[in-house]
Write a protein that binds this ligand. Structure first.
Ligand SMILES: C[S@@+](CC[C@H](N)C(=O)[O-])C[C@H]1O[C@@H](n2cnc3c(N)ncnc32)[C@H](O)[C@@H]1O
Length: 293
C-alpha cells in the first residue's frame, strides 16, 4: 500500500480542528450571507420539518458551528425544553455562545459542548431529536457516530441531517477544479471524509440504515449565496470554506494569491448575472429517520 492510500486519523482530526479554528472569524464576518433567508436556513428548515421539535423536547445539534440550525429550533422547545449545541471547534462554538446570549430563549436550557462527534458519549434514550447540517461528511466514522447518536435517542426519536450534493450541483465548489488544474493536484482519494464524501444520496441512505435507523427518507434543498461581484465571492470562499482553502494552504504566498486571482477570473463566470452579481446555488441532500428503539 502506498503512503497516500493510508488515512492518518490523527492528522485528519488535527487538520480539521485547525481549519475550523481559522474559519471561525470568517463565519462571523459572513453571517448575513450564510444566514440570508434563501441560504443555509433553507436547509435548516428541511431538517426541522423532518424532526418537528416541540415543547419540552431535548434536541441535539451535532457540528452546530455558529449554532445552527439548533438555535432556530430553540424557541419551539419552550416551555421546558433543552438544546445541546455540540461541535469539535471551540472557536466556532464561541460564535454560537455569543448568538445564544443575544436572544431570549425563555426557560429553554442550552448546553454548549466542545467534542468530536466521532467520540460522543450520550446518555441512552434521553434525546427526542438530533439534527446536523453540513457535518456528517466530515466524520471519520459516520456509521459508528450515527449508532452512538441513535443510542442517545428515545424510541421514536428523530434524526435529520444534511450533506452537500456532488460538485456539479454545488456552485460554491466551482473553484475546486480550477485550483486542482493550476496546482496540478491529484484527484481526491475515494472513501475519505470531506466536502463531497456523502454527496450520493443512496450512500447517505445506506449509512443511516446501517446505523439501525428506520423510516429513512431522503430529500433535497438548495442554499443560495449571493455576492456583489466575483471578487467578493472569492473573499467569502477564502474566509469560510476550509475544505477548499486547504488545497492551497501549503503553497508560497505569491502562488496562493495567483491561484485566487485565477479563481476570481474563471470559476464564478457561469454564475454572474447581467447586474454583475454572483449567485451560487448549492444543493444539499437531507436524510431523516426514526430510532425504532
Ligand atoms: C460546514 S460547518 C456547519 C456548521 C453548522 N452546522 C451550519 O450548518 O451552519 C461544519 C461544522 O462541523 C464541525 N465539525 C466537523 N467535524 C466535526 C466532528 N468530527 N465533530 C464535531 N463537529 C465537527 C466543524 O467544526 C464546523 O463547525
Amino acid at each position: 500500500m502506498s503512503t497516500d492510500t493510508i488515512f492518518d486519523h490523527h492528522a485528519y482530526k488535527s487538520g480539521l480542528r485547525r481549519e475550523w479554528r481559522e474559519a471561525a472569524p470568517g463565519w462571523q464576518r459572513w453571517l448575513e450571507v450564510l444566514e440570508a433567508d434563501d441560504a443555509m436556513p433553507q436547509v435548516g428548515r428541511s431538517l426541522l420539518e423532518a424532526v418537528r421539535p416541540g415543547p419540552g423536547d431535548r434536541l441535539l445539534d451535532v457540528g452546530t458551528g455558529y449554532g445552527e440550525p439548533g438555535l432556530t429550533a430553540a424557541r419551539s422547545l419552550a416551555p421546558g425544553g433543552h438544546l445541546t449545541l455540540q461541535d469539535l471547534s471551540g472557536e466556532m462554538l464561541a460564535l454560537a455562545r455569543d448568538r445564544v446570549d443575544a436572544v431570549d430563549l425563555g426557560d429553554v436550557e442550552v448546553a454548549i459542548i466542545e467534542r468530536d462527534a466521532d467520540q460522543l458519549e450520550l446518555t441512552a434514550g434521553r434525546l427526542d431529536g438530533v439534527i446536523s447540517r453540513s457535518v456528517l461528511m466530515y466524520l471519520a466514522d459516520p456509521i459508528g457516530s450515527l449508532i452512538r447518536l441513535r443510542a442517545g435517542l428515545r424510541a421514536g426519536g428523530r434524526l435529520a441531517a444534511s450533506t452537500w450534493s456532488g460538485p456539479h450541483e454545488v456552485a460554491m465548489a466551482a473553484p475546486v477544479p480550477v485550483i486542482r488544474r493550476l496546482l496540478d493536484l491529484p484527484p481526491p482519494a475515494a472513501d475519505r471524509p470531506g466536502l463531497f464524501a456523502l454527496s450520493d444520496p443512496e450512500r447517505l441512505h445506506d449509512v443511516v440504515t446501517a446505523a439501525g435507523f428506520a423510516e429513512v427518507e431522503l430529500g433535497t434543498s438548495t442554499a443560495v449565496f449571493e455576492f456583489t461581484s466575483p471578487a467578493e465571492a472569492t473573499r467569502f470562499l477564502r474566509d469560510c470554506a476550509p475544505p477548499v482553502t486547504a488545497l492551497v494552504d501549503d503553497q508560497p504566498p505569491e502562488v496562493r494569491e495567483r491561484v485566487w486571482e485565477r479563481v476570481t477570473e474563471e470559476a464564478w463566470e457561469p454564475y454572474v448575472g447581467d447586474d454583475g452579481r454572483v449567485r451560487l446555488a448549492n444543493r444539499a441532500h437531507w436524510v431523516a429517520a426514526t430510532n425504532p428503539g
